[in-house]
Design a protein around this ligand. Structure first.
Ligand code: ZN
Length: 345
């Protein structure tokens, strides 16, 4: 934040991007020429635990704050992009069963997009947070060519999020559930060891990408197995949750156990990208999440391992690229703003 560039004031009309998270909202402003007016995280408390009314007020406050910070008159705002964690419909209605962030009954089936639109009196365009991040990754990777290109993004965090982008637009699907890449089941041959149990995901599937390529997958599935092969490893003395979080540091030091775990994650993502290659044949395979913040040598090893595990035809190898995408802490707000800009320009 101290490295932030000066905040700019807009030359023409703008859209605002609002990223709603479990503890904070992050806001940004994007002008009609595609320039962000802020270059750093601007956060305020999201108050989602206090229920929908407080949370919508907090979003309205984030909107006003970011206009004030960028000296943007409200009359210049054409639309607002909003993203939240899912599951939610394509039009921003929170799942009728609630979710991790929206567990109070008052949230179940709540139309957060519509509520914010009424509160602000401006069009609000909704995406789930994984799709917003994928959209930002796509535009950041392709720049001026974004609207003629396609990509698939896998973002490895607590779970595995991502999205599918075609010609610069997110594929959202009939029910808003396209691009749930973490829950695509993959062939496990060549990924798991012969005596390794088939990993289970919180969604009820076995052997999907998230059951392997996520922090939850490390904690529940991969690390317990690999610690049984390395019983004297220092991580065996830690709780499994803490050990899972410490594992990346060991990977950066080329620890054999850590490389075995992250190698399996890379293979799982490679299997997913192989499915994508035969499904939409994208121009780019993008990788984001915690691994991008790791030491350069380790993250390059991880990207190379994913590339090696992705089976492309010769023609595809010549036509496509693999890349890590950075700045994902701002990706939600920026992706939400990109979606809003596309809608109104
Ligand atoms: Zn799953």
């Amino acid at each position: 934040m101290d490295q932030a560039e000066p905040v700019r004031t807009p030359a023409s009309w703008v859209v605002v991007g609002l990223d709603n998270g479990g503890t904070c909202n992050n806001a940004t402003v994007l002008d009609a020429t595609g320039q962000y007016l802020v270059d750093h995280l601007v956060e305020n408390p999201s108050l989602v635990q206090e229920g929908p009314e407080s949370a919508v007020e907090a979003l309205a406050e984030a909107f006003l704050n970011i206009l004030e910070l960028t000296s943007t008159p409200r009359t210049l705002v054409r639309a607002v992009g909003l993203d939240t964690p899912g599951p939610a419909s394509a039009t921003g209605v929170i799942s009728s069963k609630g979710s991790t962030n929206f567990n109070q009954v008052s949230w179940h089936g709540y139309d957060i997009r519509g509520a914010l639109e009424s509160r602000l009196g401006l069009p609000v365009i909704y995406n789930n947070d994984a799709n917003a991040a994928a959209l930002y990754a796509h535009h950041r990777h392709f720049g001026a060519e974004a609207m003629s290109r396609s990509s698939v993004a896998a973002i490895v965090g607590t779970g595995m999020g991502g999205g599918v982008v075609e010609k610069g637009k997110v594929v959202s699907g009939a029910a808003g559930m396209a691009g749930e890449l973490g829950h695509v089941q993959i062939p496990l041959h060549g990924v798991l060891e012969n005596d390794q149990p088939v990993p289970a995901c919180n969604c009820g599937f076995e052997g999907d990408v998230e059951s392997i390529a996520s922090l939850t997958g490390i904690k529940n599935n991969l690390l317990p197995y690999w610690l049984s092969k390395f019983p004297d490893h220092p991580l065996a003395a830690e709780s499994i949750g803490k050990a899972a979080k410490l594992l990346r540091g060991y990977g950066e030091k080329e620890d054999p156990l850590a490389l075995a775990v992250f190698g399996q994650q890379a293979k799982a993502i490679g299997k997913l990208f192989t499915i994508a290659a035969n499904f939409t044949d994208p121009d780019a395979y993008l990788l984001g999440g915690g691994v991008v913040e790791a030491a350069p040598r380790f993250r390059q090893w991880f990207l190379n391992s994913v590339r090696e595990a992705t089976q492309l035809r010769q023609e595809q190898q010549a036509a496509t690229s693999f890349a890590l995408v950075a700045d994902l802490d701002m990706a939600g707000a920026r992706g939400a703003a990109v979606a809003a800009l596309e809608r109104v320009s």
